[in-house]
Design a protein around this ligand. Structure first.
Ligand SMILES: Cc1cc2nc3c(=O)[nH]c(=O)nc-3n(C[C@H](O)[C@H](O)[C@H](O)COP(=O)(O)O)c2cc1C
Length: 286
């Protein structure tokens, strides 16, 4: 990664950049200008550039426009809490397609989600083509049929001799879930993608232990931002659990795996009520 460059003419030696640099790249020099320690490893996280009130720092190769000032958000805790408590999965979408510019905007925000050592290694695959969505739906339906056979086996009485009770209970639930999904599909419904006009897949580096985190972080950023634009999303577990099936139909970059899958579209409904969730199980060390 490139180290930052300091424009001494602009720098007022306020010291903010040295306070936010977590990697000892920008070294405090008493009351003088900081110095850049080129021997230290720099993540190019951009904290120093973003905090400098004088625009005295830049990182080679990074577009300056990325650092334009944004209005400080005025989201109150009350608003934020209400937003999060009423953000629900969406399974009823308007027929309206999601504009390409809107999708690009969503991804521009999603790519800001944190990554380990600021590697930013993830890719996005967007499917709005109806024929491609139908192809994926058919492939996942076939996959669910095969999965159901295994799940039935695991939920059967003889399997109780080998599997823990909790696993068997889970298998019973899963069996019911998959059977309902397949019944709807057989009746011409779409219990996989719920007729969403857009699917977004999130990949991470297969061999990176944090690859999945990088994909899912972006997925959750996108899901939250989408709500503010009147869009709804729903995580697609059928797709997320079948990355190899998807890879047969989508151009997944070499070395990457699909870890996240979302349906996206304009919401038909919004929710105003808080719903029940199990009480949080928390351990405190005080
Ligand atoms: C890993 C994961 C997989 C999911 N898979 C599906 C899915 O395949 N289809 C679906 O309709 N919802 C799916 N969901 C959404 C959950 O059903 C939903 O989040 C949960 O019921 C809570 O409802 P809420 O999101 O509306 O608050 C999934 C959620 C997660 C976290």
């Amino acid at each position: 990664m490139n180290h930052p460059i300091l424009d001494i003419e602009k720098c007022t030696a306020c010291g903010l950049c040295t306070q936010v640099c977590g990697m000892d790249v920008i070294v405090h020099n008493g009351n003088g200008h900081p110095t850049i320690n080129r021997a230290a490893y720099c993540h190019a996280c951009g904290h120093c550039v973003a905090i400098c009130p004088q625009n005295a720092l830049s990182i080679p190769g990074m577009i300056g426009d990325e650092y334009t000032s944004v209005r400080t958000p005025a989201i109150s805790p009350v608003d934020m809490k209400a937003f999060l408590l009423t953000k629900r999965s969406c399974r009823e979408f308007k027929e309206r397609p999601v504009e390409k510019s809107v999708i690009a905007d969503l991804i521009a925000v999603a790519r800001m989600a944190p990554t380990a050592i600021n590697c930013q290694e993830r890719t996005f695959i967007v499917v709005t083509n109806a024929a491609k969505i139908a192809e994926l739906r058919a492939a996942l339906t076939k996959n669910i049929r095969s999965l159901l056979k295994l799940v039935k086996l695991a939920a059967s009485k003889p399997a109780a001799l080998f599997l823990p009770v909790e696993t068997q209970q889970y298998m019973h639930h899963l069996q019911a879930d998959l059977e309902v999904a397949l019944r709807y599909m057989d009746e011409g419904g779409d219990s996989i993608f719920h007729n969403a006009p857009c699917l977004i897949f999130f990949t991470g580096v297969t061999k990176d232990p944090a690859g999945k985190d990088h994909a899912l972080g972006a997925q959750h950023y996108l899901m939250l931002y989408a709500e503010t634009l009147g869009l709804g999303t729903c995580i697609n577990g059928y797709a997320q659990s079948a990355p190899r099936v998807l890879a047969k139909y989508l151009n997944v970059p070499k070395g990457y795996t699909i870890y996240g899958a979302l349906m996206l579209g304009y919401r038909q409904h919004t929710y105003r009520k808080h719903v029940y969730r199990k009480p949080a199980s928390v351990t405190y060390y005080e």
